[in-house]
Design a protein around this ligand. Structure first.
Ligand code: TRP
Length: 344
């Protein structure tokens, strides 16, 4: 460290995020994550990966995992992520994630991890039967972010606590190894509550891949007829749409459909209401179905096209992994030196 070493992080801004390859993607992932990534790639250096190391914290069928990874990558690209702009890669192809994660396991404190609510939810009543990986999951997440010195992390509300842990790890590392400003303290970019997509069957539950009813969600791979049928069957109330957002708030299902319309159309909910106030769902649902088909059916089609030619997709991922390694390796080399490892 020289005397001039900055106390706070002085590096360039960088975005990083990832999605686990552990199930089909739906409209909630599309509006909450993928569209956001696509927008960010034009503004900041952007790294988007497929979190396959995280996926195996719960059992994944080895015969299916690589294909699930390709599916997420196909969804990224079909949603508009451009491999020439953003760095798109599978997490397991960049060994620096796992290597830094071990060092961070020795920085993070048991007490910090004991507070993580997601582990409590995911492990349920049988904590002792969970994998150790599920417990240290947020430490790996911190390594994902900090190995690229990412400064901004677009995530859902449920990941806020993991971002706080990432900041704690960064801060303690910088302090313990006398390296002020070495790691940034990354900020979450949380989607606004308006962008939260709820189940089509129950306006109080998040749209989720684990909901047993396929009619609760629109999958990115649904074809036009399925998308339209699901919107037609979506739960609503008998009232026409109101004039104001306040009057919509108590009507969870109506609110959700208006929110989906707004997000797909790139409008505000108020603008949607200005157009549809006083109209019933007999009018609104067909309009929403048409919009959803117009926006989502091409994404599904593009995904199917990409998955039909895995060689092209695999080449994109291999190139992305190479770019990611080039960015991650210098961080790890510096970390090893700071920790005092032989040969570093
Ligand atoms: N835990 C995240 C989720 O379930 C996925 C993830 C893993 C991630 N590593 C990350 C997100 C790093 C952002 C940054 O949504």
């Amino acid at each position: 460290m020289t005397d001039q070493a900055p106390v706070t992080y002085a590096g360039p801004p960088r975005v990083l995020s990832g999605v686990q390859p552990s199930g089909a993607l739906h409209l909630g992932n599309y509006l909450g994550a993928l569209v956001k990534f696509t927008r960010l790639q034009h503004e900041i250096d952007t790294f988007i990966f497929v979190a396959d190391l995280h996926a195996i914290t719960v059992w994944q069928d080895p015969a299916a995992l690589a294909q699930q990874t390709r599916e997420i990558a196909a969804a990224y690209i079909a949603s508009g992520l451009d491999p020439d702009k953003a760095t798109i890669f599978p997490q397991s192809a960049v060994r620096e994630h796992a290597e830094l994660s071990w060092i961070f396991n020795c920085v993070a404190r048991l007490g910090w991890l004991d507070r993580m609510t997601q582990f409590k939810e995911k492990s349920g009543k049988h904590k002792e039967r969970s994998s150790v990986g599920l417990y240290t999951y947020p430490v790996l997440q911190a390594a994902d972010i900090l190995v690229y010195k990412a400064t901004h992390v677009p995530v859902g509300e449920d990941q806020k606590q993991h971002l706080e842990l990432t900041r704690d790890i960064a801060q303690k590392f910088n302090h313990d190894f006398n390296a002020p400003g070495f790691f940034p303290l990354p900020d979450p970019l949380i989607q606004g509550p308006g962008a939260r997509v709820m189940s089509l069957r129950d306006g109080s539950a998040k749209m989720s891949k684990s909901d047993p009813s396929d009619y609760s969600r629109i999958n990115l791979t649904d074809d036009a007829d399925t998308i339209a049928a699901k919107i037609k069957k979506a739960r609503t109330d008998p009232e026409p749409l109101p004039e104001t957002i306040e009057d919509l708030a108590a009507r969870a299902e109506a609110d959700n459909l208006v929110g989906i319309f707004a997000a797909l159309a790139g409008k505000t909910k108020a603008e949607v209401l200005a157009e549809y106030a006083g109209k019933g769902f007999g009018t609104f649902k067909p309009a929403l179905a048409e919009l959803a088909v117009e926006k989502l059916a091409p994404v599904g089609e593009k995904m199917r096209g990409l998955l039909g030619d895995p060689a092209v997709l695999d080449a994109i991922l291999a190139k992305g992994a190479e770019k990611a390694r080039e960015a991650a390796a210098p961080t790890l080399a510096e970390v090893k030196k700071l920790v005092g490892f032989w040969g570093a």
